[in-house]
Structures are given as C-alpha cells and as structure tokens.
Design a binder for this molecule. Sequence first.
Ligand code: PLP
Length: 483
Amino acid sequence: MDAAEFRRRGKEMVDFVADYQENIEHRRVYPDVEPGYLRSMIPSEAPLEPESYEDVLRDVDRVIMPGVTHWLSPHFYAYYANSTSFPSILADLLSSGIGTIGFTWAANPACSELETVMLDWLGKMLQLPEDFLSETQGQGGGVIQGTASEATLMALLSARLKTVKCVQESDPQRSEADIISKLIAYTSEEAHSSVEKASIIGGVVIRMVPTDEHFSVRAETLEKMVAEDKATGYIPFFFCATLGTTPCCAFDKIDELGPICNAENIWMHIDAAYAGCAFICPEFRPLLNGVEFADSFSINPNKFLLVGFDCSAIMMWVLKGFYFFLPLHLFSTSLSPHLSSDSQHWGIPMARRFRSLKLWFVFRMYGLRGLQAFIRKHVELAKTFENLVRGDNNFEICAEVVMGLVCFRLKGSDELNKALLKQITRTGKIYLVPCKLRGRFVLRFVVCGRTTELRHIQEAWKHITELSSELLQNLFDHEGKEN
Ligand code: PLP
C-alpha cells in the first residue's frame, strides 16, 4: 500500500468507523457466537502471497464483526465503560501514523514532555496536592501506564524496594530475600483481583481487609491487622485503597486510613480506576480527601473520561520520592534535562507509544466543563435507573448508588437472578455482568456509552422487567403445580 492508496483507504476507514458508531445501537450488543467460532472461518496459516485490501475488509464483516461485543453501544451496561470519543480515536491515528517511541527524552522529546504536562493538567483537574505534580520541582509526577493493574504492580514493587532499603539501613546484615519473605501487603476484600495478582508477581503475602456495611475499609480494622502482623514478625509495607470498587463502587475511607499508613511507614496506593475520573467534578472531589497521605494514585481515563483504552489509560503520581522499579545504575545515562521525563524508569516496558496525544486532544476538545457534563449525565442516568428499580416491588437495590453503577437484584434466590441474567444475555438486547456482594448474586448496571440517552435506560428497564415478569410467572405456575 503506497501513500496514495493509504490516503484513499484511510478516508474509507474513517467513514467505516463513523458509520459503525452512528448505527451501533441497531447491532446486537452481545455476539451470538460459540467459543472457537473464528478458527474455522479463516485459514490455519498466514498467506504466502499478499492478499488485496478488499479481501481483508470483506473478512472484517464476515469474520470479525459477528464476534464483537459492542462496548460502545448504548445497550452496553457491563464492567466499567470504555468511554472513547472521536478526538481520542483521531489522536490514536496520529500516534500510529507518527510511529515514534518515547522512553527517554531524546528518544522522543515531544512524547516525554507532553506526557508530563498532561499528567499535570489532569492532576490539577483533580485538585491533587502540589506534590503530585512534576511542575512543582518536587519528586512527584506521573506517567501513563497501560492499565490499572500495571499501576498497582508498579506501586507495590516500588513500595517493596523502598522498604527493603529502609530495613537494610537499620540492619545492614539482613538479606533482601529474608526481608521480602516477611513483607505483608493489605487491600480491601472488595478490591479488584489485580491487587492480589500484583502481590503474587511481587512475591509478597497479602491480607484482605474486611469492609464495613458500606463495603468500605475502615481505619480500626486495618490498624488491628497491622498490629497483629507486626507482633508475629511481619513487616507491613503496602496498602492498596480502592476508591470505587469494581463490584459496587464503594469507597475506602482514605482520610482515616492514610494517617495510619503514614505512621506505620506503609505505602498507600489508591486505585481509583473508574471513580477517580469523576473527581474532576467538585461535588465528587470530597471522596478523594485524604489523598495527601498517599504515595501513589491511579485512575483510568479510558473508563470515564472519553479517552480510548490503553493509550493514556492510567496515571500514577508518586509522592515523597519515587522508588524506581530497577536501580538507576542499571540504565544508561539519561539524555534528558529532567530525569523524571525518562518514563522508561516508571514502568515495566522500555518502549512507549505516544499515548498522551489522546489526553491532549480530549482535554482540549471537551474542556473541563465538557468532561464534567459527560460524567454528570452518566450519574444522572444511573440515578434514573435506580429510581425505576426502587419503584418496582419485585426488585431491590443492593448498594448505595454514587456514580454510574447500580447494583440490583430480583428479591428472591440467587438462582432466580442467575436465570434473569441468562435470559438477558441470551436475548442480546442489552449486556450486563454480575457480581457477588456479601455472598449474594447481584446484577450490575453501569451507564457506559457516550451516546446513552434516557430512552435507552427506559428501554433497558422495560426489557428487564418483561423478562423478569416471564420468569416470575413461570416460577408461580411451577410452584402452583407442585402444590
Ligand atoms: N481496579 C479497579 C477498581 C477496577 O474497577 C478495575 C477494572 O474494572 C481494575 C482495577 C482493572 O483495570 P485494568 O483492566 O485497567 O487493569
């Protein structure tokens, strides 16, 4: 493909994407395919000779589209959203087109510098303490990680390195292996599985902290566990707080947990993957009070800030000095004016894409006000859904609705709710996923789409109640027969 053909095909592809998104609500949101569907539809080996672009594109329609779960559909209410937007898609195209890789300042000055400045912009939008910003000449600052899971892992590894150094300063004879075997991390029993995964990769023990009736970790619970573990020779070193848990969007009390972590020399990382984006709205910002006690903080703009996945997915700020994943002497001399610009030291991969372009395009083309309006609209739609659920005596709300997530269930058994979800998934009109809250099977309804409107929420609720009425009628008939 030469530049002339690329120009033509590129325009066609933009049309394809625009058409796809404009008409997405008419597609079945969850695909009707079985596992392994794709293998039989394409050859088992790569072609020896080049094929035409037309052939490839034809197979996008034939092979790919039937197996796509349409995350951008207004009928998609699962997980937490992937909230991309047209400016973000264009920035991604530009990033791919430039094809540059930034890991030191010299490898791509614009990439290194824009990322640093964009994270400062974001930090200010979130009203983070100045120590988190790189412009303040402190040791704080941020980089873009691929995912929240990577950010948590980086925080845990940094905390491990810091603690090993501290312990060895007071006890130089003690080996690193011995210290690591005694390290203990903590997180909420409601935390995302990526925190436990980080502890496994980091080779440290982790304890799950029980939550209160609001699914929040409280200070006295953590304090007690830390005291118990210290008494048996463990070294508490890391606590991952969650703001906006995955099952029900609960918030750990970081303003009371932070002082304990600081007093005990425990690194506090805050995983605010989804909910953190909403802290750009003053009405939600109080939930972040206590961030001043944290060592690191991460959010996923791709979940709730109109930035597409992966590129510019996660930011991580580090307070009170960042402990590089690998000791500095392992790296060649930096050519950058600021060491903190060498983002290769802040994550696992060396090479990095130009992901900050997405933030730049989206922040400029929506403005803070536009992004706030987007978040508020989602929260309002979720409240509407909550009211519809509350208005129906067959259903119950299972957790406080703070942002765009509503946890609800049919009053009755887990089996009944599983049957309802099965019907919802089978019909493919809307897509939801479940969670467990206090051992009960619960349905999660997350307002996800950029184009989700009130009518979609009303249609979704109508669909859910129609399916549930059928189920309840069947149950009633069945019980009637048995009696
Ligand atoms: N942390 C929280 C609170 C989440 O809700 C999620 C995913 O929804 C994750 C971490 C994992 O995110 P990622 O896929 O970016 O690693």
